[in-house]
Write a protein that binds this ligand. Structure first.
Ligand code: FMN
Length: 144
């Protein structure tokens, strides 16, 4: 076994997020595994929004991370504003890797730049200060 913290990836419901809190899991990753498994499954942003609406305390009780479909700085900011602590990107780096290390470095540079200018345009000088008031949320249309 390992002494490293074990966290749960693939959380897709409010109830499962609450169960993770109950069992004192150190962190969860909201993820539909890049939407590759189940066509029509909600995005991690929609799941984050549902947690924000139904059990916002979860974001304070446990570290919540998210991945899936994050492509632009604004995608990162939307997730962070809901209380997500860290965001993952999968395929963008996989594709950037066609150009090797230089491609990965360029992809990091682009997303960092987008996060910075989008945060500045929002008037957020410090990402620690971002919160749900920065986004006008619309209802989640997922009917799963
Ligand atoms: C080729 C490929 C294989 C993957 N295999 C797994 C896997 O075995 N287990 C898993 O939890 N997620 C897997 N994922 C999902 C990633 O871990 C991650 O959640 C996803 O790629 C993030 O979404 P994005 O690619 O839209 O950024 C895979 C993704 C890709 C593209």
């Amino acid at each position: 076994m390992t002494d490293l913290p074990v966290i749960l990836k693939g959380i897709m419901t409010v109830d499962d997020a609450k169960l993770a809190v109950k069992h004192k899991v150190p962190a969860i990753i909201l993820s539909n595994h890049g939407g590759r498994q189940l066509d029509g499954s909600p995005s991690s942003l929609e799941v984050a929004l549902e947690i924000h609406e139904k059990a916002p305390e979860v974001f304070k009780q446990i570290e919540v991370y998210a991945d899936g479909g994050v492509r632009y700085g604004a995608d990162v900011l939307k997730l962070l504003s809901l209380g997500v602590k860290a965001v993952g990107l999968g395929r963008p780096f996989m594709f950037a890797n066609v150009y090797g290390t230089k491609g990965i470095e360029k992809a990091i540079e682009i997303i960092k730049h987008e996060i910075a200018i989008d945060a500045a345009n929002l008037g957020v000088g410090d990402l620690e200060q971002i919160n749900p008031s920065y986004v006008q949320w619309t209802p989640n249309n997922w009917m799963g």
